[in-house]
Design a protein around this ligand. Structure first.
Ligand code: AMP
Ligand code: TRP
Length: 350
C-alpha cells in the first residue's frame, strides 16, 4: 500500500523573508493546498544553529517566528485547513532527530555544501547544531511521514540526505518494522523534493551569480516581503544588468545571469514562462522592462505586506494559530514517535 501523500515544508525565522523565499517556496506552498494535506512549519530550532548575530536573540526570534507565520497566511495559506505551527512546540522533532543522528553517517554530513558555506573558514567555531541541521530537517519531514517537500533549489542536497536517512532506517530496522505493520517493510517514505516554477533559485539583484539571501549584507540585493512600493522601485531600478537589450529567445539568457534572473522573477510573478515574457520584452531595453517589473512586484507584493502588517499587530491571534497548529501536528507526531520507539526498542512510559 503506498503512503498517503502529505506535504511538509519549513521556513526559518531568521531575518527578512524575501522574494526568493516567496517564489522558491511559499507560492508553491499555497498552490499545493488545492491538492494535498499540508504541514507548514516555522523552524525556530533550525534558526538558532548560527551565531546570535544571525538569529538576533530571544525577542527577535519570537518576532520573526510570528512574522513568518503572518507571511504564510498573508500569502494565502489557510491555517484552518492546513497545519501551521512552529517546530519547537512539538518535541518529536528533537526526539526523532536523535534517533536519526544514530542512523546518519558523518561521511554523509561532511558532503553538505550548505554547512561548508555557512560555517565559512572558521569551521572549528561552528555550532554542532549547524553541522547536524540536515538531520533535524530529515526528522521534521519524516515525523509526519511526509511524501512531498516543496523547497527552493538550494535544499535539494538536504532532501537527498533525508531520503538516505529514511532508507537506512528502513533497512537497519527492517525486521522490527515488519512486526509493526508498516507499508511493505517501509516505515518511512522516501520524501520527494518539489522544486518547481521559473524561480527555484532567485539570485541577488546586485550579483546574478549569488543567491538572493537573508544574510547578504546589502539590503539592495533582495526585495523583502515587507518593502514598501518606493523601496521596491528603487531596488529594481538599481538592479545590476548588462548593456545588451533583452534577448528574443530564452536561449539568449544563457551566460547573462542578471538578465536571466530578472526575466525569471517577472515570469514567476506573472505566472508565465520566461519565453512568454521575452515575447513581450525581447529586443527592448532594460529600462522599460524594469518599469514593468516594478509595477508587477508592487501589485503582487503590496497586498501581502499590508496583510502581514495587520496580522503581526495582533500577536495573540498569531500565537493562537501556532498553538492550534501544534496541537494538530503533535497528534500525528506522537503516533510516529510511539511506533519509532517501539521499532528501535525503547521502552515507553505506560
Ligand atoms: P530559509 O529562509 O533558508 O528557511 O528558506 C526557506 C525556503 O525558501 C526554502 O525552501 C528555500 O529553498 C527557499 N529559498 C531561500 N532562498 C531562495 C532563493 N534565493 N531562491 C529560491 N528559493 C529560495
Ligand atoms: N532547511 C530549510 C531551509 O533553510 C528549512 C527547513 C527546515 C525545511 N526543515 C525543513 C524545509 C523541512 C523543508 C522541509 O530553507
Amino acid at each position: 500500500m503506498p503512503f498517503v501523500e502529505r506535504v511538509f515544508s519549513g521556513v526559518q525565522p531568521t531575518g527578512n523573508l524575501h522574494l526568493g523565499n516567496y517564489l522558491g517556496a511559499i507560492v508553491n506552498f499555497v498552490k499545493l493546498q488545492e491538492t494535498h494535506n499540508c504541514i507548514y512549519c516555522v523552524v525556530d530550532m533550525h534558526a538558532i544553529t548560527q551565531g546570535l548575530d544571525v538569529w538576533g536573540g530571544p525577542a527577535e526570534l519570537a518576532r520573526n517566528t510570528r512574522e513568518v507565520t503572518a507571511a504564510f497566511i498573508a500569502s494565502g495559506i489557510d491555517p484552518n485547513k492546513q497545519i501551521v505551527f512552529n517546530q519547537s512546540q512539538v518535541s518529536g522533532h528533537a526526539e526523532l532527530a536523535w534517533i536519526f543522528n544514530c542512523v546518519a553517517r558523518m561521511g554523509w554530513l561532511n558532503r553538505m555544501t550548505q554547512f561548508k558555506e555557512k560555517a565559512g573558514k572558521d569551521r572549528e567555531n561552528a555550532s554542532v547544531g549547524l553541522y547536524d541541521y540536515p538531520v533535524l530537517m530529515a526528522a521534521d519531514i519524516l515525523l509526519y511521514r511526509a511524501t512531498h517537500v516543496p523547497v527552493g533549489e538550494d535544499q535539494k542536497q538536504h532532501l537527498e540526505l533525508s531520503r538516505d536517512i529514511a532508507q537506512k532506517f528502513n533497512n537497519d530496522f527492517g525486521d522490527s518494522i515488519r512486526g509493526h505493520g508498516a507499508n511493505d517493510g517501509l516505515f518511512f517514505p522516501l520524501p520527494e523534493p518539489l522544486i518547481t516554477g521559473p524561480a527555484t533559485r532567485v539570485m541577488s539583484l546586485r550579483d546574478g551569480t549569488k543567491k538572493m539571501s537573508k544574510s547578504d549584507a546589502s539590503d539592495n540585493s533582495r526585495i523583502n516581503l515587507t518593502d514598501d512600493a518606493d523601496t521596491i522601485a528603487q531596488k529594481v531600478r538599481k538592479a545590476k544588468t548588462d548593456p545588451e537589450p533583452l534577448p528574443i529567445e530564452e536561449k539568449g539568457l544563457e551566460a547573462r545571469p542578471e538578465a536571466d534572473n530578472l526575466v525569471g522573477i517577472f515570469a514567476a510573478l506573472s505566472g508565465r514562462s520566461k519565453a512568454e515574457v521575452l515575447r513581450d520584452f525581447g529586443g527592448g531595453q532594460f529600462s522599460s522592462f524594469k518599469n514593468a517589473l516594478v509595477e508587477l512586484c508592487v501589485t503582487k507584493l503590496s497586498p501581502i505586506a499590508g496583510e502581514m502588517k495587520r496580522l503581526v499587530a495582533d500577536p495573540g491571534h498569531i500565537d493562537a494559530i501556532l498553538n492550534g497548529g501544534a496541537d494538530r501536528a503533535r497528534a500525528i507526531a506522537d503516533e510516529t514517535m510511539k511506533l519509532s520507539k517501539d521499532i528501535v526498542g525503547f521502552i515507553r512510559p505506560r
